[in-house]
Design a protein around this ligand. Structure first.
Ligand SMILES: Cc1cc2nc3c(=O)[nH]c(=O)nc-3n(C[C@H](O)[C@H](O)[C@H](O)COP(=O)(O)O)c2cc1C
Length: 378
C-alpha cells in the first residue's frame, strides 16, 4: 500500500498552505491505513431486494438514467468530493473527471477552501470542468467557513471556478474537534448559511462526511434552505479515524478512537431524509457496490455517492481503471434492476424490499413501519 501511495503522491518537496498540506496528509492516511468503520455497518446488509425469477425484461434495455440538479446522468451515481488544492490533486482530479465525462456520471470536488487561500492551486479544480464540460460537477466548502462568514463574493468564486451545477456545504463537526486546529466555533452557522443560500440560484447540498444526518438535522437543513442532502452516514470512511491517526496530541488521538464509529448509519439516515425532507437525497457513506446503490434507490434516494474506493482506483494513474470500476458498478445496478423486474430507476424505487435487523428496529423506534416497503405498489 505504501509503495502505491508513494507512486500516486510522489515526493512533495513543495510546501503548500496549512489547508493544502492537511489535504495531502488526509490522502496519504486514507491510502496507507484502514480508516473504515470498525464496529458499526451501513445497515445496507439489512435490506433485501425481493427476487423476481419471472422477470420479462431485456437486460441491455434497462434504463438507468436519472436527472438531478438539471443534469442527466447515465446512472444515478456521483463520485463524492475528495480532492483538490494540491499539486498532485490535479492528477487525481484529471483522471477522475475524464472517467466521469466518458461514463456520464456526476462528481464532487474536494473542499475548495485551499483555492480561496492560494490562487496557484486553482487549476487542480479547473481541470475537472475542462475535462468534463457537460457533466454534473458539484463544488464543496466546509460549514466551518460558512460559520466564519464566507462572503457572497467568495461563494460565487467557488461556483465560477468549476462552473458548478450544485455546491455542497460539508458538515463535519466531529472531524473538526478531533483536528487540533479545527473550526469549532459554529455559532453563526445556521444564520450565515440561510442568508448565503437565499442569495444563490445554484442548488446547495448539505453534506456530511461519514456521520450522517439525524431527524433534527433534516429539519435544520430544510430551515436553512438547502435543496438537497448528501447523507454520508456511518459505515464507510471514518473522519474521526483519519484525524486520530494524523494528530500528535494524545487527547485528540484517544478521543478520535472513542468516537471512530459515531453517527447515524447510512441506511437509517437515508430513510429519515427520504421520509422527512422535501428535496433530493443522495445516499452515501460506505457505499461499495452497484447492489448497495440499488438498495439506496429502492429506499427512495435520487442517487448514490462513493468516495474512498475511487481514491484506490486512481492509484494506477489511469482513467481506464476508474472507468472499469464505474462499468462494474453499472453492471451490478443493472442486474439488481433485472432481478427485481424494474425497467428503470423509477420502478426500482417502488420495488418490494424486506428490511430486517437493527435497521428495522431503529425504524420502529422512529415510528416507520418496515413492512410498508414490502407491500408497495409498482
Ligand atoms: C481522501 C478523501 C478526502 C476527502 N475530502 C473531502 C472534502 O474535501 N470535502 C468533503 O465534503 N468530503 C471529503 N471527503 C469525504 C467523502 O466525500 C465522503 O463523505 C466520506 O469519505 C464517506 O464516503 P466513503 O465511505 O465512500 O469514503 C473526503 C474523503 C476522502 C477519502
Amino acid at each position: 500500500m505504501e509503495t502505491d501511495s508513494k507512486k500516486l503522491i510522489g515526493d512533495q518537496k513543495q510546501k503548500g498552505t496549512v489547508t493544502s498540506d492537511r489535504k495531502l496528509a488526509h490522502l496519504q492516511i486514507c491510502l496507507e491505513n484502514d480508516v473504515q468503520a470498525k464496529t458499526i455497518t451501513t445497515g445496507l446488509e439489512d435490506i433485501t431486494l425481493v427476487h423476481c425469477a419471472t422477470t420479462d425484461l431485456n437486460f441491455d434495455e434497462i434504463d438507468l438514467s436519472v436527472e438531478i440538479f438539471g443534469k442527466k446522468l447515465d446512472l444515478p451515481f456521483i463520485i463524492s468530493g475528495m480532492t483538490g488544492g494540491h499539486a498532485f490533486a490535479h492528477k487525481l482530479n484529471h483522471f477522475l473527471s475524464k472517467a466521469v465525462n466518458d461514463t456520464k456520471i456526476g462528481m464532487g470536488v474536494g473542499s475548495q477552501r485551499a483555492a480561496l487561500e492560494d490562487i496557484k492551486v486553482r487549476e487542480s479544480f479547473d481541470i475537472v470542468r475542462k475535462n468534463a464540460p457537460n457533466s454534473l460537477i458539484i463544488g464543496n466548502i466546509g460549514a466551518g467557513q460558512i460559520a466564519q462568514g464566507l462572503t457572497s463574493l467568495e461563494f460565487q468564486e467557488l461556483v465560477d471556478m468549476i462552473k458548478a451545477d450544485a455546491i455542497a456545504i460539508h458538515f463535519n463537526p466531529l472531524q473538526e474537534v478531533i483536528q487540533p486546529e479545527g473550526d469549532i466555533d459554529l455559532k453563526r452557522l445556521h444564520e450565515n448559511a440561510h442568508s448565503l443560500i437565499k442569495e444563490f440560484q445554484v442548488p446547495v447540498i448539505a453534506k456530511e462526511v461519514g456521520s450522517g444526518f439525524s431527524l433534527k438535522d433534516i429539519k435544520n437543513i430544510e430551515k436553512m434552505g438547502f435543496k438537497a442532502i448528501d447523507i454520508q452516514g456511518v459505515g464507510g470512511t471514518s473522519w474521526a479515524g483519519v484525524e486520530s491517526i494524523r494528530t500528535l496530541s494524545l487527547k485528540h488521538k484517544k478521543t478520535g478512537d472513542i468516537f471512530w464509529d459515531w453517527g447515524l448509519p447510512t441506511t437509517l439516515s437515508t430513510i429519515l431524509a427520504v421520509n422527512n425532507f422535501n428535496g433530493s437525497v443522495i445516499g452515501s457513506g460506505g457505499v461499495r457496490t452497484g447492489l448497495d446503490i440499488a438498495k439506496l434507490i429502492s429506499l427512495g434516494a435520487n442517487a448514490a455517492g462513493m468516495a474512498i474506493p475511487f481514491l484506490f482506483s486512481v492509484q494506477k494513474h489511469s482513467t481506464t481503471e476508474v472507468i472499469e470500476r464505474i462499468q462494474e458498478i453499472e453492471y451490478q445496478l443493472r442486474l439488481a434492476c433485472f432481478l427485481t423486474g424494474s425497467e428503470n430507476i423509477s420502478e426500482l424505487k417502488r420495488a418490494p424490499i424486506i428490511i430486517e435487523g437493527r435497521t428495522a428496529e431503529l425504524m420502529r423506534i422512529y415510528g416507520i413501519d418496515p413492512s410498508n416497503y414490502l407491500h408497495r405498489k409498482k
